[in-house]
Every structure is written in C-alpha cells, then in structure tokens.
Write a protein that binds this ligand. Structure first.
Ligand code: GLU
Length: 457
C-alpha cells in the first residue's frame, strides 16, 4: 500500500513554526517512504475559514519546499459527510441529544460532587418519544453524539475499554473510552465538528499515516472507534510534541506569533526554518540541512521527545548564517540580481561577503559600500590620516593579481613600521567605513585602483 499522509490545518490564519513542524514531519515521512502528501484544508467552520488563508498556507508550504500531490477542501465535501452520518444513524451509533450547554454544565457539576467522572451520562438515550416531541415543540434542535463502544449491553453502564495503538513517535499508547464523553459529531445547526469529516476523509483519501501534534492524542481513541464504526481499518498514528515560545507559551495561528510569513520577512532562509522546525526537540543535533532530501536523512519520528520543546528564534539566525556562508553563487545569483547585484563582480562579491551577513539581503549594504564608498565618512586622527596617505601612495599599479592585498600591506608595513591592528584598522575604516566585515583581501580587487584611491581621506 502506498504511504499516504496529509497535513490538515484549518485556514483560519497564517501557519506558524509549530504547524510547519507538522507539515514537514508528514512531508519528510512521505519522502522517506516514497509516499503521497495530501494537503487538506479543514474548513468546515465556514465563518472562520478563509480562502485567502488557504492560499497563504500553500504559499508558505511551497516556500518551505513542500509541494502537495493533492489539495482538497472539506467545505467541498459535505455530501460525503452527510452520507457517513446516515450510515452511523442506521447502525444506531449516532444519537440525538437536546441538552443546552447550561444543562450539560449543571450535569457535569452534579457528577463531580458525586465523585463520578465529568463525562456525558448518555441521558438522551433514555428520552421518551413524548419528551422528544416536547423539545421539538419548544423549537430545540438536536445535536448528534457518537456512541462510543465502551459498554457490554447497557450504554448507561460504561466499562473500561482500552484502545491501543503503536504510535510512530510515542510508542505504545492507550486511551480508555470509558473516560471520554460521547463526542458531538454534528451541531444543532447541522454543521460538523472536526472529528467526523477528518475520519471520513482519512478513509476516502486512503490516508495510511496520520502524523500530527500530541494535542490530538485523546482524539485518537475516539477516532479509532469511529474508523471501525465506519467499517475501515484505522491508519497508523504518530503524535509529535508541540513547540512553545521561549517563555513556554503555546503558538497560535490567530496571534501570528512565529508565523512562517514573519520569519520569511525577517530574511530567514527556508532551510533554516525547516531544519530547526524538524530537529528541535529530537535526539538529532540541530544543524542546517541544505535541502529537504538531506533533512529527510536525519528525520526519525521515533527520535522526537515526548515533552514540548522551546523554540528560540535566535537559533534561526545561527542556522541562517551557516546556510548563507555555504551558499554557492549559482544558488544566490537570481536573488542577488533582484536586489540589484549583478555583473562580472557579482560572483566574487558574493564569495567575499556571504560569510559576513545575517540575511541574504544584507549583501546590498556591502554592495553599496563597494560601489559608493563608506556610507558614513570615518573620522581619523592626524596620525592615521598621514598613515593612510602614505599607504595609498604605495598602492600597486594595475593590473592586479591575486596577491595584491598581501603585496600592498607588505610594502606599507615596511615603509611605516605599523603592523597588526594599527595597520589594518585605519585601512578597513578608510575602505569600508566599518570596523569589521569581509576580508579586505577579497574586497580590494572589487574596488579596483581607482575606487581605492577615491577613498583617500
Ligand atoms: N484541523 C486539525 C488541526 O489543525 C487537524 C488535526 C489532524 O491532523 O487530524 O488540528
């Protein structure tokens, strides 16, 4: 059977690094197993879901290097869910309930004071035809609950019923169905909660592996029961730990915290995001992978920690610098061109500056320094100014070869007696206006003799 995974966000905001972790776990799992990746939008909540968010999520996935084999929307599949509802009703495992939220709340409190678990007591199963008629006459509409298979003959007497699965990430997992309320699958207004459409789609789309955040572990007990009630074999499940901010707060699509969009706008490379999103909170070292195929080689769902992991954006910059430092010109060329960096100097320029930038766009500032000279005129002492005049008088005539910097500074050292910082710092300041940066040996040939002379203070 072909491995089939899916990433199923609700399009109610931009995805954040934690969502990207889920998407990437699925994508890498598919890569490692020659599988298919389905992009499914869980947009049954019509009021909160927006097409623009779905489009933006696809954009973010593409940016990360994820290209779904199939994209589908739950809002286009209501007929399929309606048919499943009819099957469940016919099988007697979907029943109508008429309680208001206030009534349910009161019942829960009563159960608690009696020392019973605060789950739904299935009172609706005992409703008489007259009571139902009365509710309906009052204008109440039913919501529908799935009868969990946690009893032998009397549903009002649930018994411990363990559901087991071998979790791809967490290993052996158990949920006791008697500890759960029968889940509501359909609301009073006929709209669907997440559970039923998700299971129906996983069946119909042939999903073989459900990989998602561990906030869904309890749902899995219910969903396995629902797969079986619909006559299907449940898929394999894997629940990865969640990411939090450095201060330990959960991430939310609604707040936009650590959204993929904001990281992109901050100039973080997609592979820095992907490497950290996948490797943080695993037993693997966090290192920048060059591409997703390479990252897949380091991906093992079972190596993921069971407790939540803190996500520190500062680590992204560390990875970003490494990626830029290693980036060959061929990979940078088009992006540099868009930034106005092109021509015969573009390649040596890139090789000179790539080890000194936090983001690719920072190259622009160096390009400007090379073309226009220091952006702020450096101040020099009289001594340093004299030294620089003397130094520039010694600048070799062109054509220059690869050792021009070495030859020039050798001559300066000999003539002035200066060495080390006293020699290099005034030169660096005069040539670039900045106290640190790329190797001057690499920058000098890009300035040329004329450009260098023009920097005479
Ligand atoms: N829409 C659900 C979520 O975003 C999907 C969970 C699942 O993967 O089953 O949490």
């Amino acid at each position: 059977m072909t491995v089939t995974v899916r990433f199923a966000p609700s399009p109610t905001g931009r995805i954040h690094i934690g969502n990207a972790r889920t998407a990437l776990f699925n994508w890498l799992f598919a890569l490692n197993n020659k599988g298919r990746f389905i992009q499914r939008f869980d947009d049954t909540d019509i009021a909160r879901s927006k097409q623009e968010f779905a489009d933006a999520i696809l954009y973010d996935l593409h940016w990360l290097g994820i290209f779904p084999d199939v994209t589908d929307y739950q809002s286009r599949r209501f007929e399929v869910y309606d048919a499943a509802v009819e099957r469940l009703k016919a099988a007697g495992v979907l029943y109508a309930c008429y309680e208001t939220p206030e009534e349910l709340d009161l019942r829960r409190k009563v159960r608690r004071t009696r020392g019973l678990p605060p789950v739904y007591g299935r009172e609706a199963l005992a409703l008489t035809t007259e009571q139902v008629a009365e509710y309906q006459a009052d204008g109440r509409r039913p919501h529908w609950r799935f009868l969990l298979p946690n009893f032998s003959s009397d549903p009002r007497q649930p018994e411990r019923t363990e559901i087991h699965w071998d979790d791809l990430v967490r290993g052996e997992e158990t949920v006791d169905l008697a500890s759960l309320s029968d889940p509501v699958l359909v609301r009073e207004d006929g709209t669907y909660l997440y559970t039923l459409p998700s299971v129906v789609d996983d069946i119909e789309m042939g999903v073989s592996h459900v990989i998602r955040g561990d906030d869904h572990v309890t749902n899995t007990g219910v969903q396995i029961a629902l797969f079986k009630a619909l006559g299907a074999e449940p898929p394999v499940f894997g629940h990865h730990n969640l990411l939090t901010t450095v201060s330990g707060e959960g991430l939310s699509k609604r707040t936009g915290a650590l959204s993929i969009e904001s990281l992109r706008e901050d100039g973080i490379e997609p592979m820095a995001v992907a490497s950290l999103a996948v490797l943080v909170g695993t037993s693997e070292n966090v290192a920048a992978a060059h591409d997703l195929t390479q990252l897949a080689g380091h991906f093992d769902p079972a190596a993921t920690s069971k407790s939540s992991s803190k996500f520190d954006p500062a680590e992204l910059f560390v990875l970003n610098r490494v990626l830029l430092q290693r980036m060959p010109f061929d990979e940078a060329r088009d992006r540099l061109m868009v930034l106005g960096i092109s021509g015969e100097h573009a390649e040596p320029f890139w090789l000179a500056v790539r080890g000194n930038i936090d983001r690719l766009a920072d190259a622009v500032a160096w390009w400007r320094v090379l073309r226009e000279g220091p952006q702020e005129k450096p101040e020099f002492s009289d001594d340093d100014r004299d030294f620089l005049h003397q130094a520039l008088d010694l600048l070799p005539e062109e054509p220059w070869n690869g050792t021009v910097w070495k030859d020039w500074t050798g001559k300066i050292r000999e003539a002035t007696g200066r060495k080390g910082k006293a020699l290099f710092m005034p030169l660096r300041l005069a040539l670039t206006g900045l106290p640190s940066g790329p190797e001057l040996a690499d920058l000098l040939p890009l300035m040329g003799r004329e450009g260098t002379m023009a920097r005479r203070p």
